[in-house]
Design a binder for this molecule. Structure first.
Ligand code: HEM
Length: 446
């Protein structure tokens, strides 16, 4: 669904049919609160999960009920805030990889660089080290970087098609087109990586020192190969987490850099803040500590405002098991319908975010904007089915931005209209890849 057609929503539910299924969009924070928090509606609708299951199998994204609870209980602690410090080195390494790709693709600022492709590779490397604990060079298939990100984008489009056209769900049919074969090749690569990671961990003979919290793979597989879940579910969960951890970061980085390129005043503010924190001496480009990252308030506001305008996960699907009243009792949603809670629409309601289409990070500088309502801002979802990787994602993106902003001046190639011309799918995507010019700072003297 093209995003910009819906920007002026008043906050009441809108409805449409996806085949025989009644779908109601939820935007007003009162209704968001009722659906996600009060009524504890935690089940994703089969219309969305069946299509996703073809690729990621049985993991957090697709499971419901007691199996979802079991997986969630196991995985929650592996992304706990106490572990964030352990992830820093992996994020820094990923951010250096991202910088190298941007530098190479933009040829000293002469050509526009595709941010998603570069950030996707950086995020993939970080995830291998941080969550899987295996050297990325051992795991990541030798596939051209742009191919990885392009196929990921095609998978998102395909999943959307599969949701509304069930006859497109057959993987045998997919093999008939060259695009389908490219997707299946990539899928096979990912599956192989995951199997390899499980094999590496199983081959370990002893557990490391006792820790209260372990990484994702360490939690799911013990040395010797004993697993916390059936092996197929461990592999599915690793597929799920790899896909969710990489595309989301790449999408957020794409919108953030494009917005900074289009708003040089905010890019300058971020540069000033980075100079304040990292000084201007020889170690300006050093890896950031947790304390330094926590003090980057301008950068934090830029990330929040980017997520307000372009929430990476723009719609949260929920299955209606029991009829529910929305819009202060004016809309009865029948059992069997699907609700799409839409952060995209909520974040653009003018009563909570005045002048909603303006990119204005200062909304978040002086306390949270939209504060009048606790459910007016939900880039990572709300309630028990919220994003399991939200703290990981926030910190990773901050490290990525703090690294690239100290190396480049970003100039616009994608225009505001290109960003607004986004598709509301599983993750938000523009029709054309988001591109920016990356001018090395030392050379430009900026
Ligand atoms: C900018 C980055 C990200 C954003 C904006 C984001 C947003 C979200 C949102 C809104 C949800 C809730 C969906 C719903 O209620 O139906 C979600 C779920 C999820 N996210 Fe994220 N996410 C991000 C990054 C990540 C990362 C880095 C990981 C993994 C490390 C991750 C793993 C997941 C998983 C597994 C779920 C499903 C949770 C469940 O159903 O129990 N996400 N994400």
């Amino acid at each position: 669904m093209p995003a910009n057609k819906k920007s002026g929503c008043c906050g009441l539910g809108r409805r449409f049919y996806a085949g025989p299924k009644l779908v109601i969009m939820v935007a007003h924070p009162d209704d968001v609160q009722h659906v996600l928090v009060t009524s504890k509606m935690v089940e994703r609708d089969p219309l969305t999960t069946t299509a996703m299951r073809s690729f990621v199998g049985d993991g957090l994204l697709t499971l419901n009920g007691s199996r979802w609870k079991t997986h969630r209980k196991l995985i929650n602690p592996t992304f706990h805030s106490e572990l964030l410090g352990n992830f820093l080195e992996a994020f820094h390494e990923g951010s250096l990889f991202l910088s190298e790709l941007l530098a190479r693709d933009s040829a000293g600022g002469a050509a526009p660089a595709d941010v998603h492709a570069a950030a996707f590779s950086g995020a993939m490397r970080s995830f291998c080290s941080a969550a899987i604990g295996v050297d990325p060079d051992r795991l990541i298939p030798d596939v051209p970087k742009h191919e990885l990100s392009a196929v990921m984008r095609r998978i998102i489009v395909l999943l959307q098609t599969m949701m509304v056209r069930p006859w497109r769900r057959s993987l045998s049919l997919l093999r008939l087109s060259s695009e389908g074969r490219a997707i299946l090749k990539y899928y096979a690569h990912l599956r192989k990586c995951v199997e390899e990671a499980v094999a590496i961990r199983s081959a370990a003979t002893e557990e490391g020192p006792a820790k209260t919290r372990r990484r994702l793979l360490e939690t799911l597989v013990k040395p010797g190969g004993q697993t916390a879940l059936p092996v197929s579910e461990v592999q599915d969960e690793l597929m799920t987490m790899t896909v969710t951890a990489t595309d989301t970061t790449a999408v957020l980085m794409s919108y953030a850099l494009a917005l900074l390129a289009l708003h040089p005043e905010w890019q300058d503010a971020a540069h000033r803040e980075l100079k304040d924190i990292f000084g201007e001496g020889g170690d300006y480009l050093r890896a950031a500590s947790l304390a330094e990252l926590a003090s980057l308030r301008v950068l934090e506001s830029i990330i929040k405002e980017t997520l307000r305008l372009f929430p990476v996960v723009p719609m949260l699907p929920r299955m209606v098991r029991e009829e529910i009243w929305l819009s202060k009792g004016r809309v009865l949603v029948p059992k069997g319908a699907m609700l799409f809670v839409s952060p995209f629409l909520t974040h653009r309601l003018p009563q909570f975010f005045p002048d909603p289409l303006k990119f204005d990070p200062s909304r978040f500088l002086e306390g949270r904007s939209g504060e009048e309502h606790p459910c007016s801002y939900l880039p990572f979802g709300l309630g028990s089915r919220n994003c399991v990787g939200s703290q990981y994602a926030r910190l990773e993106v901050k490290v990525f931005l703090a690294t690239v902003l100290r190396r480049f001046r970003f100039l616009p190639h994608s225009r505001w209209e290109d960003l607004e011309n986004s598709v509301l799918s599983i993750t938000l995507h523009t029709f054309k890849p988001i591109e920016v010019y990356c001018v090395p700072l030392q050379e430009s003297g900026l």
